[in-house]
Design a protein around this ligand. Structure first.
Ligand code: HEM
Length: 536
């Protein structure tokens, strides 16, 4: 057989790929084998050994850090993504070499939030220094001489009563009087950006009702934007790692806010009779434990956060959901006409029994909270605890582990709310309180199922103490606007605003600042030139 001559080039080319293939494929095999071993090793290291009674393990696609990346990326909504994917009541999420529980079943969440073995205190205490920058002296007081953190528990226990009864009445009266004054000035207005308009409308009525005549927000209007800058950067600030670099905006905002609040507490403005019980009672408690005024100012910048950061976006969505439906506006207007009275100078809305007099308005309020809430309530397990889900299955939560109770998953659970869970349904809550509806009350959308799953303000010992104040403010604004004004989008169509990231530290998702939703607002002829007043 005659061999064909091979040119140098051909031989080189024919040989090279052969050597290359072998080399490349053996290298590839090596890399792949190492990667596989590494993957299994990481998977093994990051797989916590569980008691069979603990919630089942939900492994991330990427070992060790998959869930951490998911939470950073999607924040609170990560729970809804995982819940929809796994349809479990509760799971164990492996993270680095540890674990965390995520609870999504409404019954388990409701009972978990009431359980005394599941506490907010460890996380609250560990996040206080990076979040507020209070000094060692105050941290020693916060931790207590025997480590029982008695002051934290005492303050939280006293906060609820400080926002009820006469205290609540004083706060509601002050806020609604200011809101009425502000709305009374509007005859015809162009609103270039609804989100900013809501914030401007609400900030001073809310801050004055809370902090009284010495209110720092009244003295410096720049604080409002700084509060939102601080709020946006809280997830980074709590890391306590080079905050001035990784959370520059929030870091600066916190410094300015704290300066104003240190001045407020140091000059004892909290003791003025115009200051709410909410502020007063807490400051008294801090001082009783020996905390200095400057550190009260540092720690209590969480108060304007609590008072404003959820109510304002909730009001934005309430406004949007109602006003973008002209038929709904008409129906609510009819309800509100029934609670309105007038003199030559004033129009008064009687909000004393608004649940009964304006059921559709209140149903829309609740439906708004259901759809705009992304709250995750975090607890640490102090003692091994068993929680049982709605189907009767029990799960063991082990001491020392952190738990995320996803209120958002509860508010969007199809088995409790029905197939239309993602839709804004104005009438959804009309039968909410109907205890006589006993035709399968636990059916999806049935009154008992809704009562279990509707927990926008949390529950148990840490049930939001500000819920009645938020309700009064939001109902007063929407009742007045539906009754007294014609509101239309500037460009003729109601564009659905987009949502900002659902921050793990607050409860209500803000709109993004991208879409402005410009509007035209015009007072109705029959309500012209009257001052808005409220009976509460
Ligand atoms: C729409 C408005 C609001 C929503 C959706 C909301 C939601 C919540 C939720 C879900 C919790 C429980 C957190 C947990 O379980 O860890 C909470 C706690 C709290 N809220 Fe609100 N909130 C609102 C308005 C307010 C207002 C207006 C105030 C004050 C005037 C306030 C003050 C507080 C405080 C101090 C706590 C902590 C209670 C504790 O840990 O014992 N909130 N809020």
């Amino acid at each position: 057989m005659v061999q064909q001559p091979v040119s140098a080039d051909e031989s080189t080319w024919s040989l090279l790929p052969a050597v290359g293939d072998e080399w490349v494929s053996s290298t590839n095999r090596y890399i792949v084998a190492t990667a596989v071993i590494l993957f299994f090793l990481l998977s093994y290291i990051s797989t916590p050994r569980l008691d069979p009674r603990e919630p089942p393990l939900l492994k991330p696609a990427l070992p060790l850090i998959g869930h951490i990346i998911g939470l950073i990326r999607h924040q609170a909504k990560y729970h809804v993504i995982l819940y929809r994917r796994s349809r479990q009541s509760a799971v164990t999420l492996p993270m680095l070499t540890g674990k965390m529980y995520a609870v999504w079943d409404p019954t388990m969440i409701t009972t978990g939030l009431r359980n005394k073995n599941l506490s907010t205190t460890p996380l609250l205490v560990s996040s206080t220094p990076p979040l507020t920058g209070v000094g060692k002296e105050t941290m020693d007081i916060i931790r207590g001489s025997n480590g029982d953190c008695a002051m934290v528990d005492d303050i939280l226990l006293k906060t609820g009563p400080a926002m009820a009864g006469a205290y609540l009445q004083q706060m509601n009266a002050a806020a609604l009087s200011d809101i009425g004054d502000y709305l009374s000035q509007i005859d015809e207005a162009s609103v270039p950006d609804l989100w900013m308009w809501i914030r401007r409308l609400m900030v001073l009525p809310t801050s004055r009702a809370t902090f009284g005549h010495g209110d720092p927000f009244s003295k410096d209007p720049a604080l409002e934007q700084l509060l939102f800058d601080f709020a946006n950067d809280i997830p980074k600030l709590v890391l306590g790692f080079i905050p001035a670099t990784i959370a520059a905006k929030g870091y600066y905002a916190r410094a300015v806010l704290q300066k104003a609040f240190i001045k407020y507490y140091s000059s004892r403005q909290d003791e003025d009779s115009s200051t709410s019980g909410f502020v007063k009672v807490r400051a008294r408690e801090f001082r009783g434990y020996g905390v200095r005024d400057d550190d009260i100012g540092r720690a209590e910048i969480m108060l304007p956060f609590a008072v404003m950061v959820n109510t304002f976006p909730a009001l934005f969505w309430f406004f949007y959901h109602v006003m973008s439906r002209p038929n709904l506006v008409e129906r609510i207007r009819k309800e509100v006409e029934g609670i309105a009275s007038r003199t030559a100078e004033e129009a008064t809305l009687d909000l004393t029994a608004v649940d009964k007099t304006c059921p559709l308005l209140v149903s829309c309020y609740r439906e708004t909270l259901r759809l705009s809430n992304h709250q995750v309530s975090t607890r640490t397990v102090l003692k091994d605890t068993v929680l049982t889900d709605s189907k009767g299955k029990s799960y063991l939560l082990k001491e020392g582990t952190m738990v995320h109770f996803s209120i958002c998953a509860s508010l969007r659970n199809i088995e409790f709310w029905g197939e239309d869970v993602e839709t804004f349904k104005p009438e959804r809550f009309l039968r909410f309180g109907d205890k006589k509806d006993d035709v399968d009350p636990d059916r999806p959308g049935g009154p008992r199922a809704m009562r279990t799953a509707f927990i926008p303000f949390g529950g148990g010992q840490h049930l939001c103490p500000g819920r009645n104040f938020a309700f009064a403010e939001m109902i007063a604004v929407i009742a007045t606007l539906t009754l007294g004004y014609d509101i239309e989008p500037e460009n003729g169509t109601w564009e659905l605003p987009t949502l900002a990231t659902a921050s793990i530290v607050d409860a209500i998702t803000k709109p993004t600042t991208g879409k402005k939703l410009p509007l035209k607002i015009k007072r109705k002829r029959e309500w012209k030139a009257l001052r808005w007043r409220y009976r509460i």
